[in-house]
Design a protein around this ligand. Structure first.
Ligand code: FMN
Length: 223
């Protein structure tokens, strides 16, 4: 993918993308323009911008308004330690002891995600503060509660991605932290369940919209 040189290039490409998927070209909505970004500029993100993005996350709905979310913002200082820990976990998963033995085919992707995480200026680790260790069994009540809290944290993350888009930043939602779950939770030393991370920075690419299922495939009207 060639590098984009100007804002005009990016706007033109966004309009083309919207037209391609049949969305009104006047619609500049962050919902339709957001993409997973995997190439970032070497440009810092202001602390106020990060705070605004997290504030927008916290405006999300949550089950019983429990707001079961917490973030750890990792930048120049602690990001390298977090990622070295993740690399150790992936290595343990691949060569020593697989805690997710049926997901081994995802390890190559996890290593690629790790490379992207090293390049991005900011990583936001996201925790479900009520969550349990995913390697421990749950009864049905606990599972339902955890599903509701996971959905709430998902809404929190999506709000952050959309606000970042509105503010001109790119993001990548990351779940590949799962391969180093035990190592990373020990590193963070926080209560709760590590849901994943969000990579945040200024985009250095403008990907096309990835294919979407057609409306007829995903909806059944029972009017
Ligand atoms: C829960 C979740 C976990 C994801 N984990 C990763 C990841 O670890 N690494 C990665 O490169 N992309 C990850 N993605 C991004 C998806 O690959 C991406 O959203 C999907 O391909 C659609 O592309 P789009 O975001 O540009 O619309 C994740 C997305 C979600 C919602």
């Amino acid at each position: 993918m060639p590098k984009l040189t100007s804002i005009t290039d990016i706007s033109r490409k966004m309009a083309k993308n919207r037209a391609r998927v049949g969305i009104d070209c006047m619609d500049n909505s962050s919902i339709y323009n957001r993409r997973s970004i995997r190439k970032f500029q070497d440009k810092p993100v202001a602390r106020e911008t990060i705070e605004e993005i997290i504030r927008a996350g916290s405006a999300a709905p949550s089950a019983k308004n429990r707001q079961p979310w917490k973030c750890v913002v990792l930048g120049n200082g602690r990001k390298a330690g977090f990622l070295d820990t993740m690399e150790r976990g992936i290595d343990r998963e691949e060569h020593i002891h697989a805690m997710l033995p049926k997901s081994g085919s995802g390890l190559a992707d996890a290593k690629n995600t790790l490379r992207i995480m090293r390049e991005v200026p900011i990583l936001i680790a996201v925790i479900n503060t009520n969550g349990n260790n995913p390697f421990m069994p749950l009864d049905a009540d606990e599972r339902i509660t955890e599903i509701c809290d996971t959905l709430s944290v998902g809404a929190f993350i999506e709000n952050m991605l959309l606000r970042a888009q509105e503010l001109g930043l790119g993001t990548l939602w990351i779940a590949n932290t799962c391969f180093a779950y035990e190592e990373l939770t020990a590193f963070l030393a926080m209560q709760g369940q590590l849901i994943g991370a969000v990579a945040l920075g200024y985009a250095d690419e403008c990907p096309d919209m990835r294919p979407r299922k057609r409306l007829e495939e995903i909806v059944e009207f029972m009017l």
